[in-house]
Design a protein around this ligand. Structure first.
Ligand code: SP5
Ligand code: ZN
Length: 354
């Protein structure tokens, strides 16, 4: 399995976040990546391939030009206004309010939906580096690889076309899925070949609200998310069962909210439903948003999965027999994160190896 690494992730290391009204150390740390890398090397996986960052042209397939300009310049504008880094909003232009100011504080509220996506000097470079890893993973599938793992940080699945939040700035999995969905194979330009379809399976503990919103009106990318019920868990406002897509995309978004405390057996049984929906759709490619905050000891999660579950999840995913890109999302139980990633990737390869 080829492993792609965004090498600039360490430039993003916010000092704190505001979690349920409390100021705490930022959970989404650079250490997460070094821990995963160490575990992969120890387990005998090949060395990661360092990839170039995504370009603005790459990012504009999914993100709006004004949002990308904001991300690229938010920090320098914040500093120029004499404000103390990092960039973090204090107010939001919620419905009924008017966005008429062009000061950096107003922009921060316009483009950030919560308090967990602070922008530092190197944040945009780090995010472009993660997006580059996901896109390199998509390219590997297009070149015939059966599996690839994109070691992305910061994560991406909460990022919408024009909004940062939930530790996410650029939607790495959506960029990869979009590239796969726009690819034409066969090389025959005389025929208008139908572009391939793609499924995104999101197994992070939190609902992938950004990915859902990006593909909500499209039927060429099926989005399926298993996550903590938003009735009690972040992101609260999206991730319910009745969100099924809109327009041409109606019926192409599937949300499976899960209760507190779900264990390996309960989770794996539900995963089978998600995989059956993907099999019924019959996509050409699969992108997995792989979060490990479903682990029983995760400080942000309330599920009860063990390390063994990730191996079973990997095997179940490989049973779809699809070219599959696994994109790193969340996972904050750092003592177990390396073992859990290794378990998932090993599961994938165990089933796939003849
Ligand atoms: C990529 C990813 O996993 N992002 C997650 C961002 C979650 N941020 C806010 C969570 C707030 C929920 N309260 C947690 C209580 C812990 N005891
Ligand atoms: Zn998460």
């Amino acid at each position: 399995m080829k492993i792609f690494l965004g090498t600039e992730h360490h430039l993003h290391h916010p000092p704190f976040e505001i979690l349920d009204g409390r100021r705490v150390a930022y959970f989404e740390t650079p250490q997460r990546i070094s821990i995963i890398l160490n575990a992969l090397v120890t387990a005998g996986f090949p060395s990661p391939i360092a990839v170039p960052p995504a370009t603005l042209a790459d990012l504009q397939t999914v993100h709006t030009a004004d949002y990308l300009a904001y991300l690229a310049h938010a920090y320098e504008r914040w500093q120029a206004a004499g404000l103390t880094a990092p960039v973090l909003p204090s107010a939001w232009p919620l419905p009924g309010l008017r966005l008429r100011s062009d000061c950096p504080q107003a922009a921060a509220g316009r483009y950030t939906f919560d308090l967990s996506a602070p922008i530092m000097e190197g944040t945009f470079a780090a995010a472009c580096s993660a997006a580059g890893a996901a896109l390199a993973g998509a390219d590997a599938l297009l070149q015939g690889e059966r599996f690839a793992y994109a070691l992305c940080r910061p994560p991406g699945h909460h990022a919408a076309a024009n909004m940062a939040g939930g530790y996410c700035f650029l939607n790495n999995a959506a960029l990869a899925a979009d590239r796969l969905a726009r690819s034409h194979t066969g090389g025959d330009t005389t025929w208008a070949l139908r572009a391939p379809t793609v499924a995104v399976l999101d197994i992070d503990y939190h609902h992938g609200n950004g990915t859902q919103s990006i593909f909500y009106a499209r039927n060429d990318v099926l989005t399926v998310s298993l996550h903590a019920d938003p009735a009690y868990e972040y992101p609260y406002y999206l991730g319910y069962v009745d969100e099924r897509g809109t327009g041409a995309g109606e019926g192409y978004n599937l949300n499976i909210p899960l209760p507190h405390g779900i264990d390996d057996a309960g989770y794996l049984a539900t995963l089978d439903q998600a995989l059956q929906a993907i099999a019924d759709y019959g996509p050409r490619y699969l992108v997995v948003s792989a979060g490990f905050d479903t682990f029983h000891a995760d400080p942000l999660g309330h599920f009860a999965l063990t390390t063994a579950a990730y191996r079973s999840i990997g095997m179940a995913i490989a049973r779809l027999h699809l070219p599959t890109l696994i994109v790193q999302e969340g996972g904050y139980a750092i003592d177990a994160l390396g073992a859990n990633v290794v378990a998932l990737l090993t599961g994938v390869e165990t089933y796939a190896t003849p």
